[in-house]
Design a protein around this ligand. Structure first.
Ligand code: NAP
Ligand code: MG
Length: 399
């Protein structure tokens, strides 16, 4: 059988722990037998990030800007415990934060539905898609520990020398302080990306923030969303029968768990981080959620929404064949291959991506699945598969 050709390489970004193990397995069993895979490879495994003083993270983002489409494995965000575990030279920023800061844009996260898994929120009829602003706020914040009395101020120095200051706090004793920012242009492209996505998917848009408390910061988000909607999208949305709805974030959360779903929930960066795990988990499993970063420069990065599944990795190191669900990793690859096919005009590659997604879902529907899904499936499967057997079952279903 001849393999499907690719025109332009994908940027392949390898990662850590259990997802790194599954990454190789998915390539070996589900991609390489069918596709003449062309990739430009970047190893963002923690040890290589440390060895390159994290230069490799920025290089991988630059490669996505150059080639247009990337696919990324989950990566460890280093902290004190990881520094010791991996004997690191230093702590590095989250690779996702580094990549998103370079690409800017919005991360869209959509649950992967299978009929045998019903969401734990019984009123949901269709999926909720999260549109997470990928730039700024706490992910680009600067922080300081204060250990003695003193005043902390925010100071703006204009290029013409003008100065504005506000007092953050008068510390009588020790404490902590944080300064964060965002740019109007980034918020505008976030709003645009959300409305464009909603128009393509024909679903309403919700946006929520906390402008009652954060009158300037969240107030600006609210105002920019409103302005982009009013000036660029109102007529298009009306023609497509799509509504735009703004509410406070706590009200949105209350409505989400009582509602029917079926909308795009535009979230600020941190809200999107938290809410996407809630939506994924309530829809079935963290491992059943796709994630794509859509950059205003017209490039795309696909990944799984979950992390490196650390605890499974430690069990794998002890010799266990864990039942880690590879579906979101498979969909990261299929999403990237389908986008590559669209940009390159290679329909055979697009057909392959669709076929692989169908095979993965059919395998689950036929009762062969990993334990995270087996616990929830109705009817319950006769047996639970480990990752290796599940991937083999998907490969058989491709034949
Ligand atoms: P995690 O890897 O998402 O896993 C949390 C738990 O969710 C797992 O223990 C497991 O539950 C379940 N789970 C997640 N993915 C699963 C899968 N594919 N199959 C089955 N179960 C799955 O989060 P974490 O353990 O908190 O974080 C581990 C590392 O990932 C951290 O170093 C963090 O920095 C990193 N991280 C990376 C990204 C990214 O690169 N995009 C995102 C988040 C976190 P059970 O144990 O109950 O089976
Ligand atoms: Mg997260």
């Amino acid at each position: 059988m001849s393999k499907i050709a690719m025109k332009t390489p994908l940027v392949e970004i390898d990662g850590d722990e259990m997802t790194r193990i599954l990454w190789d397995l998915v390539k070996e069993k589900l991609l390489l037998p069918f596709v003449d895979l062309k990739t430009e490879y970047y190893d963002l495994g923690l040890l290589n990030r440390d060895a390159t003083d994290d230069k490799v993270s920025a290089e991988s983002a630059d490669a996505i800007l150059r080639l247009g489409v990337g696919v990324k494995c989950a990566t460890i965000t280093s902290n004190a415990a990881r520094k010791e575990e991996y004997n690191l030279k230093q702590l590095h920023p989250s690779p996702n934060a580094t990549i998103r800061a370079i690409l800017d844009g919005t991360v869209f996260r959509k649950p992967i539905s299978v009929p045998c898994i019903t969401p734990s929120v019984s009123t949901w009829k269709t999926s909720i898609v999260i549109g997470r602003h990928a730039y700024g706020d706490v992910y680009k914040a600067v922080e300081m520990e204060v250990d003695a009395p003193g005043k902390v101020e925010l100071v703006y120095t204009g290029v013409n020398g003008t100065e504005r200051r506000v007092t953050v706090a008068d510390f009588k004793d020790a404490g902590i302080v944080q300064g964060m920012h965002n740019y109007d242009n980034s918020i505008k492209s976030f709003a645009r990306a959300c409305f464009l996505y909603a128009l393509e998917e024909k679903i309403p848009v919700w946006f929520a923030a906390k402008d009652t408390i954060s009158k300037k910061y969240d107030g600006r988000f609210k105002a920019i969303f409103e302005e982009v909607y009013e000036t660029e999208f109102k007529a298009k949305c009306a023609a497509a029968g799509i509504s735009y709805f703004y509410t406070l974030i706590d009200d949105a959360v209350a409505r989400v768990v009582k509602g029917e779903g079926g909308f795009l929930w535009a979230c600020k960066n941190y809200d999107g981080d938290v809410m996407s795990d809630m939506i994924a988990s309530a829809s079935g499993s963290l491992a059943m959620m796709t994630s794509v970063l859509v950059s205003p420069s017209g490039v795309f990065e696909y990944e799984a929404a979950h992390g490196t599944v650390q605890q499974h990795y430690y069990r794998w190191k002890k010799g266990e064949k864990t039942s880690t669900n590879p579906v979101a990793l498979i969909f990261a690859w299929t999403g990237a291959l389908a986008k590559r096919a669209e940009l390159d005009g290679t329909p055979a590659l697009a057909d392959f991506a669709k076929k692989l997604e169908t095979a993965a879902l059919r395998t689950i529907e036929d009762g062969e699945m990993t334990s995270d899904l087996a616990k929830l499936a109705n009817p319950a499967p006769a047996k639970t598969l480990n990752s290796w057997d599940f991937i083999d079952a998907v490969a058989r279903s491709m034949a």
